[in-house]
Ligand binder design. Structure first.
Ligand code: GLA
Length: 453
């Protein structure tokens, strides 16, 4: 057998039908030559590398760097080989959207309040190409199965296919914004965001999908509309009553800046991150089984508190209004209102402290935010509290808090350069001793918002 026949047989063994297998094999040959020239490696090495990516991708294994002599592939290269391996051709549009850290403003967004977030240098990459048979085929590096949905259908998916609800929700949202949804398409997503870490991979997937669908249909609405399409998908198709924080930060991120979202407009702006401050994520991998229901319950309790205080949203209530009307609220609603009112004041104070370059003051506000989530909003967990306690007692840490919706997930630490890998390892070790598993530790850089590549 010659090389082409051998490759065709391999592609068929990995599940491709005869025609696509031959096309994939021919593309592999072409890509191996290009890759060898780009990377200064032999064609044989390039081919071995591409085959490994394809086989691992097909088996649903996460990417592992396979040897020091070979350069790790960029996310773009990974997406291209995965797309090729699955659909036997290249995507016509590639997009990227970052994950986010919630810096401060816990559950303030859907109460009309402000929140500060940061887009990070990791995220979700999407490739799409049109199909003329009207099918929408969705592939992900995390699942070996391709989900096929006819363009005439917009049914919510269940079980292992439920991740498709994010791009499907975007397709369903587009007409609501007087925009056209593409018909048939091949869709592939890869990610370097840890999932379940409270870094909002779902909003990143919505934004990357929205930009991809808009680009392939040559429609270019403003950035605010793209962000709102993502939130619409989450609220109305996925069914989570989230605010605009995650999509807003993924859409408006800027290197070395925090994103300020005013939940009332909503309006978006950026605040420079002072030099000498670092952000770390400690992902506990714990997640409350009822997390979506608990988020929705907090949303409901806040709306109930606003109604009891006679305002349309808690952003319009003050400490004084609450003190004068507390008897009209249930004890739970009063605690939720007290958290939101205090948290909104902390976000505003944080913006001022950042502008003044007062990092210890910023850190104090962050830890105070966590204490309020812990005792008043009751969306922390003992694992998250333990990490915050350990971090707050470590030198070089300005402050630490739960990031995102809560009920598990991750803690964020805001640190000076004095806090490094050694200090992070000490915190991890003490967590491991207590809970029997180490948290994932990630030092993040602040990156740019969603884009077409
Ligand atoms: C989740 C939601 C956001 C926000 C945070 C809590 O990340 O998606 O809209 O409400 O929780 O601040």
């Amino acid at each position: 057998m010659n090389e082409l026949e051998q490759l065709t047989a391999l592609c068929a063994k990995l599940g491709a039908e005869a025609g696509p297998a031959a096309t994939m094999a021919a593309q592999l040959q072409k890509r191996a030559s290009q890759f060898a020239a780009e990377r200064g490696v032999t064609r044989e090495e390039a081919m071995r590398y591409l085959l490994e990516v394809m086989v691992k991708g097909r088996q649903g294994e996460p990417w592992q760097e396979a040897g020091a002599s070979r350069p790790p592939p960029s996310m773009r290269e990974k997406l291209l080989s995965r797309f090729n391996a699955t659909f036997g051709r290249s995507p016509t549009v590639i997009t990227r959207a970052p994950g986010r850290i919630e810096f401060i403003g816990n559950h303030t967004d859907y109460n009309g309040g402000p929140v500060l977030g940061a887009a990070i240098d990791r995220g979700v990459w999407v490739g799409v190409a049109p199909r003329d048979d009207g099918d929408r085929r969705f592939g992900s590096e995390q699942y070996s199965q391709i989900v096929v949905v006819a363009a005439s259908e917009l049914e919510k998916q269940n079980g292992a296919a439920d991740w498709v609800n994010y791009p499907l929700g975007v397709l369903a949202a587009l007409p609501e914004f007087a925009l056209r949804a593409p018909e048939g398409l091949d869709f592939m997503v890869i990610s370097d965001l840890p999932t379940g870490a409270g870094l909002s991979s779902s909003a990143a997937l919505e934004l990357a999908s929205a930009l991809a669908f808009l680009e392939m249909t040559n429609q270019h609405p403003d950035r605010e509309t793209v962000v709102k399409i993502g939130r619409h998908a989450e609220n109305h198709f996925v069914g989570v009553p989230c605010g605009i924080l995650d999509q807003g930060v993924s859409g408006f991120g800027k290197t070395d800046h925090l994103v300020h979202v005013d939940g009332r407009g909503p309006t978006f702006s950026t605040v420079p991150m002072p030099a000498g401050a670092n952000l770390w994520i400690f992902n506990t991998h714990t997640k409350h089984a009822l997390v979506d229901g608990l988020y929705a319950a907090r949303h409901r309790e806040c709306m109930e508190a606003a109604a009891g205080l006679g305002v349309s949203a808690l952003v319009d209530a003050s400490e004084e209004t609450l003190a004068a009307n507390e008897s009209k609220l249930s004890p739970i609603a009063a605690r939720r209102a007290r958290h939101i009112i205090g948290e909104i004041a902390r976000v505003r104070a944080t913006v001022e402290a950042l502008q003044a370059g007062d990092l210890p003051r910023v850190g104090g506000l962050l830890t105070a935010s966590h204490r309020s989530s812990q005792s008043l909003f009751e969306n922390s967990t003992r694992e998250l509290d333990f990490l915050v306690d350990q971090l707050a007692a470590t030198s070089g840490v300005y402050g630490a808090r739960v990031t995102g919706g809560g009920f598990g997930g991750a803690v964020m630490a805001f640190t000076s350069p004095e806090f490094g890998e050694t200090q992070a390892a000490v915190v991890s070790k003490s967590y491991h001793e207590k809970y029997g598993a180490a948290p994932d530790v990630l030092r993040t850089q602040l990156g740019d918002g969603a884009e077409v590549i």
